[in-house]
Ligand binder design. Structure first.
Ligand SMILES: Cc1cc2nc3c(=O)[nH]c(=O)nc-3n(C[C@H](O)[C@H](O)[C@H](O)COP(=O)(O)O)c2cc1C
Length: 268
């Protein structure tokens, strides 16, 4: 699960974990004093694994980030994702506490330095992604195929993913997992308003205006959702969305000649 300022709340993250993914609570969705309460709530809402994201601004307060981290560590969370600004000091503390560190990187050089700093896995964010953009980002395809050659740690693919073909494509290109952002904001459990979800579903991703907004080639966020809105035509429960991706992926693999017994979601 991707990190979401404001929307990356406990209930949403728990629903993602319950649907079979790795739910991520975005720490900055809460005041540090409410964060602990919300992690306790997470324990009540899911018995599946979950993690926490700390989104770091270059000029943000180090002490505040470390406070969020301490709360997560004390609550027993053992997977921490970081994003935006690279934060080796956070990575160091994560490792000291015996937890796993998954930084998210837009550029290969960031990924290489995160690997050198000890990252356990790296989310590579292609230019198709929503959220903050780096003008020198490559596509998800280039990040993954090149990343597979260059990096030694497991890679998590992000950017424009949200259907079975994107999921399988990402695995084929070198990813070990995928990170879903925009796509899951259009589910029933997402805290985004119904009007906003409907607006997203009807976004035409093939206009020049959309293209210019998404690939604006400046530092900073984009005004539009990622092209993965194009995969959805209605608001569905998170569990259905994830199951559909997995089932369709298995059907595609079967159509390619895979007939292994390990498929588990297709009706026999
Ligand atoms: C509404 C919204 C808010 C986001 N907020 C954050 C954030 O606070 N921190 C962060 O690291 N990424 C943030 N992102 C980026 C996502 O974590 C993720 O990298 C991106 O959505 C993946 O691309 P996709 O949208 O094509 O799936 C946000 C994305 C969206 C759509």
């Amino acid at each position: 699960m991707a990190a979401f300022a404001r929307h990356g709340r406990t209930e949403f993250a728990a629903a993602y974990s319950n649907a079979g993914g790795l739910g991520i609570t975005t720490a900055m969705s809460y005041d540090v004093k409410d964060f602990k309460k919300n992690l306790d709530k997470m324990e009540e809402l899911t018995s599946n694994p979950f993690g926490v994201n700390i989104t770091v601004n270059a000029d943000g307060d180090k002490e505040v980030y470390l406070k969020y981290l301490e709360v997560a560590i004390n609550a027993g969370v053992n997977i921490i994702t970081t994003s935006a600004y690279q934060a080796p000091y956070i990575g160091e503390r994560i490792h000291e506490a015996g937890c796993l560190w998954f930084p998210k990187c837009p550029l290969m050089r960031h990924a290489i330095s995160a690997q050198e700093a000890g990252a356990d896995a790296i989310t590579l964010m292609g230019m198709e992604s929503a959220g903050n953009k780096n003008p020198f980002q490559h596509t998800t395809l280039i990040n993954l195929t090149m990343g597979k050659r260059i990096l030694k740690v497991p890679i998590i693919a992000a950017g424009g993913l949200g259907d079975a073909r994107g999921f399988l494509g990402a695995l084929a290109m070198g990813a070990d997992a995928v990170c879903l952002g925009t796509a899951i904001l259009i589910t029933e459990e997402s805290p985004v308003s119904k009007e906003r979800k409907e607006e997203r579903i009807t976004t035409d991703i093939f206009t020049e205006e959309y293209h210019q907004s998404l690939y604006h080639r400046r530092f900073g966020g984009t005004r539009v959702p990622s092209p993965s809105v194009g995969f959805q035509s209605k608001i569905v429960p998170l569990k259905n969305m994830i199951e559909n991706i997995i089932q369709e992926a298995e059907l595609i693999l079967k159509s390619w000649g895979f007939d292994k017994e390990e498929f588990s979601t297709l009706p026999s």
